[in-house]
Design a protein around this ligand. Structure first.
Ligand SMILES: Cc1cc2nc3c(=O)[nH]c(=O)nc-3n(C[C@H](O)[C@H](O)[C@H](O)COP(=O)(O)O)c2cc1C
Length: 434
C-alpha cells in the first residue's frame, strides 16, 4: 500500500458548449439559466471550483473542426462535437478576478503559434493571475487544424515533438531574459529597470530564430507551470524533459501501473525521478446522492449521446477516417498521425470499431458512476494502481456535474483525509510540488 496522501484535483473543460462528453449540451439539466458564451457561466464554474478548493481549472483547446470522419464536418457541426470552440485565453483575466487561489491551465500549440507570442502571453498572464497560470503544451494533431494556419497537413508526429523541444527551450530563454531583480522602479534615480540585467537571447536554432529579450518583467512564478498530455513514446520523452504536471487518460486499471512505469522510465532517461512530475489521471465521475440516482443520470447521458458523435470525435483526434476502417479489424493495427498514444491506452486489446462505437457512445474517458462514497472508493483504487498524484475530472451535465464534485465528492474525500480543507497560500507551482 502507498502512503495515503492528499490528492490534487483539477477540472478539464474547454470554452465550448460540449467540452468532452458527446451530447452534454443537450442534457435536460445542462445550461439551465446559463449561456456557455457568457462570462457569468464561466465565473460560476470558477467560483464553484474555488469553493471546492480545487487546484486548477484546465482549458483544453484545439483549432479543429472534426471533419476527418466521412470526410465531412457536418456531423460535428450538427452535434456540437467539440465545436464551436472559443479562445480560452480571453476568459482568464475575468476568472482570476472572481477567485484568489484557483489555478488556470490553458492549452497552446507549439505547431501553430509563434514562441515569442506564447512566452509573452503566459508571462503576462502569470502577472495578471498573480502566479496561478499553467501552459498545457500541445503539438496539435489534425490536418483540419493545419489548414487553418496555411499548411496542407499536420507535420509528422515525431517531428512535431522535435520542434516542440526547441520551442520550449526558446520560451525558457525568453522567460529568463530578465534577471529576477532587473526591475528596480527607482523614481528618484529615474531607473525603471537595469539594462545590465535584461538580456538578449539571440536564439538561432534549427526551427526558430528570436532576438529577445522578452518584453515582460519577471513574473511571480518565473514562468507558467508546464503541463503535457502526450502518451506515445516520443510524447512521454517530451513530457519527461519539460513537464511539471502530466495529464494521462487511464486505460483499464490493470494497465495503469504499466502506463506509470513507462513515464517513470522516460523520466529516468532524462535524469529525473518519479517524484519530479505530478500525474493527474483523467476520469469522468457521474455522481448522485445515491448509487441509484447516479445510475439514472448515467442512463440520461447515454440517452443523449450518439455513437456517430463519438466516432467523429475520435476520428478527429486520431487524424484518421474511422468510417473507412473495417468494422471487424482490431483498432490496434491502425497507423495514425494524430494522437498516437490513444492506440495503446484507449482501445482494449483486440477491440474493433463495432465494439468501440458502443463503448464510446457516451464520450471518451473512463466513467465512474455512484454516490460520493462509491466514486471515492474507485478513485482511491485508481490512485493506488496508477501511483498518481490526483485527478483531472471530465464534466457531463453543465454546470451540475461540477457542483456535484464540489458538494458531494470533495467532502467525502476530505472525510477520508484525501483532500485539503483549506488552500495553502502558495503559487500554483509550489502547490503542485507540495
Ligand atoms: C488527455 C489528453 C488531453 C489532451 N488535450 C489536448 C488539447 O487540449 N489540445 C490539443 O491540441 N491536444 C491535446 N492532446 C493531445 C496531446 O497534447 C498530444 O499532442 C497528442 O496526444 C499527440 O501526442 P501523443 O501521440 O504522444 O499522444 C491531449 C491528449 C491527451 C491524452
Amino acid at each position: 500500500m502507498r502512503e495515503r496522501r492528499a490528492l490534487h484535483l483539477a477540472l478539464i473543460t474547454s470554452f465550448s458548449a460540449a467540452p468532452h462528453t458527446i451530447g452534454q449540451w443537450r442534457l435536460p439539466r445542462s445550461y439551465r439559466g446559463f449561456d456557455f458564451r457568457r462570462l457569468d457561466y464561466w465565473e460560476h464554474l470558477a467560483r464553484t471550483l474555488e469553493r471546492g478548493l480545487f487546484d486548477m481549472m484546465f482549458f483544453a483547446d484545439a483549432y479543429t473542426l472534426h471533419e476527418a470522419y466521412g470526410a465531412s464536418p457536418d456531423a460535428a457541426i450538427r452535434g456540437a462535437v467539440q465545436y464551436p470552440r472559443m479562445d480560452p485565453f480571453t476568459l482568464i483575466p475575468a476568472l482570476s478576478r472572481v477567485t484568489r487561489r484557483l489555478g488556470f491551465g490553458v492549452t497552446a500549440s507549439t505547431t501553430f503559434l509563434p514562441p515569442y507570442w506564447v512566452a509573452r502571453h503566459f508571462a503576462s498572464l502569470d502577472h495578471v493571475t498573480e502566479g496561478r497560470i499553467a501552459w498545457n503544451v500541445v503539438t496539435s494533431y489534425s490536418d483540419a487544424e493545419a489548414r487553418q494556419f496555411g499548411l496542407d497537413a499536420i507535420p509528422d508526429h515525431d517531428a512535431r515533438y522535435d520542434r516542440a523541444d526547441e520551442y520550449v527551450e526558446l520560451c525558457r530563454k525568453l522567460w529568463a531574459s530578465w534577471e529576477p531583480d532587473a526591475m528596480v522602479f527607482d523614481r528618484e534615480a529615474g531607473i525603471f529597470a537595469d539594462p545590465v540585467k535584461v538580456h538578449r537571447v539571440d536564439h538561432d536554432g534549427k526551427w526558430f530564430r528570436c532576438a529577445g529579450p522578452l518584453h515582460v518583467p519577471p513574473s511571480p512564478q518565473g514562468h507558467p507551470v508546464i503541463i503535457q498530455a502526450g502518451s506515445s513514446p516520443r510524447g512521454m520523452q517530451f513530457a519527461a524533459r519539460h513537464a511539471e504536471v502530466v495529464f494521462a487518460v487511464p486505460g483499464a486499471t490493470a494497465r495503469m501501473s504499466e502506463q506509470r512505469d513507462r513515464l517513470d522510465e522516460a523520466l529516468a532517461a532524462e535524469g529525473r525521478g518519479p517524484g519530479e512530475i505530478k500525474v493527474l489521471w483523467g476520469v469522468t465521475p457521474i455522481l448522485g446522492t445515491t448509487d441509484a440516482e447516479a445510475e439514472a443520470r448515467r442512463q440520461e447521458i447515454i440517452d443523449h449521446a450518439s455513437a456517430e458523435g463519438a466516432l467523429v470525435q475520435l476520428s478527429g483526434h486520431l487524424n484518421a477516417d474511422l468510417s473507412r476502417w473495417p468494422a471487424d479489424r482490431p483498432l490496434e493495427e491502425m497507423e495514425v498521425s494524430g494522437v498516437r498514444g490513444y492506440i495503446g491506452s484507449r482501445f482494449a486489446p483486440g477491440e474493433t470499431l463495432a465494439g468501440l462505437a458502443k463503448r464510446l457512445g457516451t464520450g471518451v474517458g473512463q466513467h465512474i458512476t455512484g454516490s460520493a462514497a462509491t466514486v471515492a472508493d474507485r478513485l482511491e483504487e485508481m490512485d493506488e494502481a496508477g501511483r498518481g498524484d490526483g485527478f483531472m475530472f471530465v464534466t457531463t451535465t453543465l454546470p451540475g456535474s461540477v457542483e456535484d464534485l464540489v458538494d458531494l465528492l470533495v467532502p467525502e474525500l476530505q472525510r477520508r483525509g484525501r483532500f485539503r480543507t483549506a488552500y495553502p497560500t502558495t503559487l500554483l507551482r509550489e502547490r503542485f510540488r507540495a
